[in-house]
Every structure is written in structure tokens, then in C-alpha cells.
Design a protein around this ligand. Structure first.
Ligand code: SAM
Length: 182
């Protein structure tokens, strides 16, 4: 099934790097797409799309507007789709991950993470509120750990399609293979 990531409360300039990194982590760790809400920011979309053009895969990033509630409501109307909110106040990941994986066999996931302040309403709208430790840290780290546990590390072996550039893993040097231009 598919994973879409929803990042709330984006602020131009201040959050550009974090929101871009949420997108890059989402892609690298096996999610299919990302939406961000808050302020419109073409820079984030351009950076992620440019990277996808070079490093491959079908990942898509888009701006979802300011109405995050509508995005979640629309998502929940899709058959079987579930909303997972990553929050330090949620149920510990290690306690819920097995049942989440069973749900994921039949449901697409919208994985939601906050920005500076998370609206209270989100806790009620989510199907699952999940914590990655109950300590405050970061949306980027929370997303990486969540996806890695959901996919049980299999996402680390993922090969991307339509690549223009690729790393050749090496123990002692930096090796990159570029596709010849036709
Ligand atoms: N203080 C904000 C609030 O109102 O909850 C949260 C700010 S935090 C920097 C930004 C986001 O990182 C959170 O909304 C959440 O998605 C994620 N996050 C931070 N710590 C987390 C944790 N321990 N478990 C899961 N997600 C976490």
C-alpha cells in the first residue's frame, strides 16, 4: 500500500530546509509522495522535483494549501485510508507497530507531522497518534524512524527507477555513475 506524508504549518524561509528534508527523507525511506500545508513555497517543490529528476523514482511533492483539515477529511473518505499522526504524546511506536503493519496491508497511510504548534483537533482526526519516544525531537527524525519500522528496514534496499545519477557504494572512495545523455 502507499504512504503519503503531510507536513503542517510550513513557513517560508524559516522552515524551508526542514520541510525539504521531510520530503527527501520521505522519498529515501519509501514513502510515495508529500504534501505540505501552511505558506506556499515553490522553492521546496522545485528542490525536491529536481532531486527526483536526477536520483529517480516517482516521488511527488505538492503544496496542499492552508486547509489541512480538508486534506485529512478527503483522505479519510478514500476507502480504508488511515491517518497516522506522529507526536511525542502518542502511543509508543514499539507498542503499535505490529498492528499498524497489519492495517497497512489493506490501507494507504497519510503520515502527518506538525510544525511549530500542532492544532489540538489533529489528535481527534487521526486514526493513530504515534510517538517515537515520548521525548521532543524532530519531524525529520520521527518520520525516518517511523518509516523504517513500518517497512522493517526493507526500504533501505530500494532501487529507484529512471535514475540519471547513482552512487556506487564503496568502502574507501566516492563513486558516482552518471547516465550518458542520449
Ligand atoms: N511543540 C509542538 C507541538 O505543538 O506539539 C511540536 C513541535 S516538533 C519540533 C515538530 C514535529 O516533530 C511534531 O509535530 C511531531 O510531528 C514531530 N515530533 C517531535 N518529537 C516527536 C516524537 N517524540 N515522536 C513523534 N513525533 C515527534
Amino acid at each position: 500500500m502507499k504512504v503519503e506524508v503531510l507536513r503542517l504549518g510550513h513557513r517560508i524561509i524559516r522552515d524551508q530546509r526542514v520541510t525539504t528534508h521531510v520530503g527527501l527523507v520521505a522519498r529515501a525511506f519509501g514513502a510515495n509522495s508529500m504534501i505540505f500545508c501552511g505558506q506556499r513555497d515553490e522553492g521546496v517543490i522545485e528542490t525536491i522535483n529536481k532531486l527526483v529528476g536526477l536520483w529517480g523514482g516517482g516521488f511527488e511533492a505538492r503544496y496542499g494549501g492552508k486547509n489541512w483539515k480538508k486534506i485529512i477529511r478527503d483522505w479519510k473518505e478514500k476507502k480504508g485510508a488511515k491517518v497516522i499522526h506522529l507526536t511525542m504524546y502518542g502511543e509508543p511506536l514499539f507498542e503499535v507497530v505490529n498492528s499498524l503493519r497489519r492495517v497497512f496491508n489493506e490501507s494507504d497511510f497519510l503520515v502527518v507531522m506538525g510544525g511549530e504548534k500542532v492544532p489540538k483537533r489533529l489528535y481527534k482526526m487521526a486514526d493513530f497518534n504515534v510517538s517515537i519516544t515520548n521525548q521532543p525531537h524532530s519531524e525529520i527524525a520521527a518520520l525516518a524512524v517511523f518509516l523504517d519500522h513500518l517497512f522493517q528496514g526493507e526500504e533501505l534496499k530500494k532501487e529507484f527507477e529512471n535514475v540519471k545519477i547513482k552512487v556506487i557504494p564503496s568502502s574507501d572512495k566516492k563513486l558516482i555513475k552518471k547516465k550518458e545523455k542520449t
